[in-house]
Design a protein around this ligand. Sequence first.
Ligand SMILES: Nc1ncnc2c1ncn2[C@@H]1O[C@H](COP(=O)(O)OP(=O)(O)O)[C@@H](O)[C@H]1O
Ligand SMILES: [Mg+2]
Length: 240
Amino acid sequence: MSYAIEIANYCYHYSDGTDALCNINLNIEHGERVALIGPNGAGKSTLLLAMNLFVKGKGRLLIDGIEGKSRNTKKIRSVIGTVLQNPDEQLFMPTVFEDVAFGPLNMGMSMEEASERANETLKEVGLGGKGSKAPYHLSAGQKRAAAIATILSMKPKIITMDEPDTSLDPRNRKTIVELLGRLSQTLLVATCNMDFAARVCKRVVLINNGEIIADGKSHEVMSDAELMECNGLEVPSIYP
Ligand SMILES: Nc1ncnc2c1ncn2[C@@H]1O[C@H](COP(=O)(O)OP(=O)(O)O)[C@@H](O)[C@H]1O
Ligand SMILES: [Mg+2]
């Protein structure tokens, strides 16, 4: 049995020489939900980009057992989907419905099948009846849910999300926490909000300066005040 995500001795540097990922070793089982925590500039986004083959570094990277080689890009993108940090980059069609149907249509579904899939997904994320709205008329929380729906509608086995909690007020954040709680896919969620990480995931991977510093049960890693502080983070306020 393969892992959902298997990464070994993986390094990536940007063309300006920034070492964004240094010797990453990480295995994630199917169905796990993992928070990728770390301060700004830690390498979280780069690691998600690498998993989705938007950047290609050196080392071993397998997604659902498929080798992260250029020739496998299409195959890999059919099993993994990524929710971008900025929903405005994910929502580009005139209506929310068209955005959510876009992926299924692109996968070769008929208009009828894609419509059904889009409507089903909009309901799943709590946007039933909102399909005809223009994305820019949605609230921040609804926009975030719509961006998640554009990925869910393709039914990927693995979903990565880049800071899905940013620019949300507490009520909208709670809605997204509940939505993520209902998903059955393998989830990897990058965040620098420790309360959010604690609420959504049982396991956390702490990354800083491109290196994995800790990997374990959320409670064990994030209750270590010294570890959190020296990595520019804090113990979740929901912990006693
Ligand atoms: N396009 C880029 N070109 C050069 N350096 C980059 C680029 N994107 C990110 N970086 C650098 O790579 C490191 C990791 O960044 P990033 O993955 O965005 O971190 P995080 O998502 O944890 O904030 C940082 O030092 C950042 O400045
Ligand atoms: Mg980032």
